[in-house]
Design a binder for this molecule. Sequence first.
Ligand code: KMH
Ligand code: ZN
Length: 277
Amino acid sequence: MNTLITVAPTGAETAKADCPQLPTTLEELVETAVRCEASGASLIHIHLRDADHQPTLDPFYLRDAVQALREQTSLVLQLSTGGSVHDPLEKRLTVLDAEPDSCSLTCGTTNFGDDVFLNPYPFMAQLYQLAQEREVVPEFELFDLGHVAALRHLIDDFGLPFGGKVHVDFVTGVPGAMPGTPAALMAGIQALPPEVTSWSATGIGRTHLSIAAVALASGGHLRVGMEDNLNFAKGQPVQHNVELVTRAAELARLMQRPPMTTDEARELLSVKDRRPA
Ligand code: KMH
Ligand code: ZN
């Protein structure tokens, strides 16, 4: 099967002042999305920043970004409902008002370095049902092995997501959560419920490349981007997200699993077509 390449270009953790090349304005985000699509990405995982480059869940920014990206790319648009560790749960639910194709849904609370990324089951359940109601396809973010068990509960309690497909993403290597090792990823893959139709993986920081290699070798898909990794190689900071997407696409081609088109990605995930006619 061809490879779904997700780009996560910005995240909520890195400060613009520390990394001026991080795309934080709408103009930079759209430019990044266009270049990454041309280089093999078919899905974009989006965190927005306000005029001061701070993470925001303000509906104005969310709607504006969805509209601009939908006009200028055919990428599957996934809004983060994780936000930053400081965002309240109620605010994170409002992300779906911006009518994305997809949304992230993290399957449990996790250590996040010195912080806690809060995802109690009732919140997950509420977000899951809201996504079903709004016809938005969730991507289940798995930071820990226990999150795989929580996904099982969600499916048992509420049935399949909108579209009937179940796509998960292993986020490995967050300090205090599941390590970015082949063994940990394998344990996660082996525990996946049979309803899962596709999975991708990312490794934070220096685990970025090795996790991509393991994912490709194991039949999975890839997530790359500056949300997860700021260094292309030792002593070589990423200058643009397209570098990480291009490398992922090259690796996928080498492994005889070239990047998917955006149409193939839409079919893989069964997203509703919201593109302007
Ligand atoms: N920024 C992290 C606290 C997601 O996008 O859903 C959460 C995160 C996961 O990035
Ligand atoms: Zn994210």
